[in-house]
Design a protein around this ligand. Structure first.
Ligand code: PEP
Ligand code: CO
Length: 460
């Protein structure tokens, strides 16, 4: 991109050509202070020598799919862990997470007739911004856990020391995860004729599981009908594989910088750590390092907007992050909270629409609805999650804009981290299976239930 006159660099504030290392000259929040010594440079050099995880052409394909969303022709399902864990990345766990996302996508597509763009918070979601730099465990005050790419979650101060070598470990975890995802999504597992096999046992016996099973049966019947009519469903048909994209918060800029490569076809820079990257609520300062960094990569990108985001800030972010108004380039991920979405979202939509910015509007109904239960667990209530999505749909209906998608934290495991849902998880049940390393996730039953509810909103 630098020096490429046909595609001017969308730089943040200065006129200097954008470069992957330019963020270092900008004020940065939420970055660790690495220990003194050679380890940081060694890790950065190690990453620079490793192959890209995703390719520019794949990122461009996602931008095109998101451009369809910005035009109201498709819907995004972005989902996965709050924080992926180095300790819990076995094949079964990755497969079960993928199963739930595929199931939700089937429910959404079948029940609404709208194509679904599937994006995981996966294969790179290892860095966490924190409201507080320290936490108290018992009587001991220690540095906060910041994600496995930075430190360890064990509740002892020594584990919390940032270790740059974890960036290289994270790369290898991401590569292994992505390799499995590519095999699952292209190698037959995601074939629509396996739609029954994605229903896990504990799920299949529940009301949501049975409701899913009914859709799966109808899909089976439709496929049999098409075959009987002579429709060619052999190897090349699109029902045999899915496009599944990866995403994470571009928080740890040492890691993102070293995976940013120049595309040999276009000459443009792409952050090849994931297809889509987003800027978090705590790092979206206009003249800050995170905005400055993502302004220059050509991937599709997102930015979170919390309740303090003003319409003027939203417009300014659009101007810095997508000055050429490329459809699909920028997704505004609103996480306003159930109580505020109705009042705060319409002015944001109006300001951005009035300036002609072709953004994708996405609802993150998780991060504005987190609270600590009486037994000290961070949690969210299913009704608040659904309530914020309803408010998001209502605001878009009133403004004549398209509610482009949802961004949720979930797992394929049978956890008890979020309250409510059809199984009505209660506060006293939270400790039963509370395994997240960061924020509470919807379990598989709550996730499928949510997909049915969102499909109803889409149909309406
Ligand atoms: C997250 O997505 O896990 C997160 C920290 O979100 P936010 O930046 O919106 O608080
Ligand atoms: Co989170």
């Amino acid at each position: 991109m630098a020096g490429n006159s046909s595609s001017p660099a969308p730089v943040a504030a200065s006129a200097a050509p954008w470069h992957p290392a330019a963020w270092k000259g900008l004020p940065a929040s939420q970055l660790p202070t690495w220990p003194e010594g050679a380890a940081l440079e060694a890790a950065r050099a190690g990453l620079a020598g490793l192959p890209p995880l995703v390719f520019a052409g794949e990122a461009r394909k996602l931008t095109d799919a998101l451009a369809d969303v910005s035009r109201g022709r498709a819907f995004i399902l972005q989902a996965g862990d709050c924080a992926e864990s180095f300790a819990e990345q076995g094949a079964d766990q990755i497969r079960d997470k993928l199963k739930v996302i595929l199931q939700m996508a089937v429910v959404l597509t079948y029940a609404s007739g709208v194509p679904v763009v599937k994006i995981g918070r996966i294969a790179g979601q290892y860095a966490k911004p924190r409201s507080s730099l320290t936490e108290r465990v018992g009587d001991v005050e220690m540095p906060a856990f910041r994600g496995h790419i930075i430190n360890d979650d064990a509740p002892v101060p020594a584990a919390r020391v940032p270790d740059p070598n974890r960036m290289v470990t994270a790369y290898h975890h991401a590569a292994a995860t992505l390799n499995l995802l590519r095999a699952f999504t292209n190698g037959g597992f995601a074939d629509l004729s396996h739609v029954h096999a994605w229903n896990q046992e504990f799920l299949a016996s529940s009301a949501e599981g049975r409701r899913y099973e009914a859709i799966a049966e109808e899909i089976d019947r439709a496929l049999r009908f098409m075959r009987a009519c002579g429709v060619d469903l052999s190897a090349g048909a699109p029902i045999h594989q899915v496009d599944f994209y990866t995403s994470h918060e571009a928080l740890l800029l040492d890691y993102e910088e070293m995976l940013t490569r120049r595309d040999s076809l276009s000459g443009d820079w792409y952050d090849c750590s994931a297809h889509m990257l987003w800027i978090g609520e705590r790092t979206r300062e206009l003249d800050g390092a995170h905005v400055g960094f993502l302004a220059g990569v050509h991937n599709p990108i997102g930015v979170k907007l919390g309740p303090t985001a003003t319409p003027a800030e939203a417009v300014a972010l659009c101007e810095v992050l997508n000055p050429e108004k490329i459809p699909g380039r920028l997704t505004l991920i609103c996480r306003l909270g159930v109580a505020k979405v109705t009042s705060l979202l319409p002015p944001l939509i109006r300001a951005v629409t009035d300036r002609g910015h072709p953004v994708v509007w996405e609802c993150d109904p998780m991060h504005g609805n987190t609270f600590t239960s009486e037994n000290g667990r961070k949690t969210r209530h299913f009704d608040d999650v659904l309530g914020e999505i309803r408010g998001f749909f209502a605001a878009h209906k009133a403004e004549g804009t398209w509610p482009g998608g949802v961004h949720v934290e979930l797992t394929g495991d049978d956890v008890t981290e979020c309250l409510g849902g059809v199984e009505d998880i209660l506060e006293e049940q939270l400790p039963l299976r509370y395994t997240t390393t960061c924020d509470p996730r919807l379990n598989a039953r709550q996730s499928i239930d949510l997909a049915f509810r969102v499909a109803e909103l889409l149909r309406g």
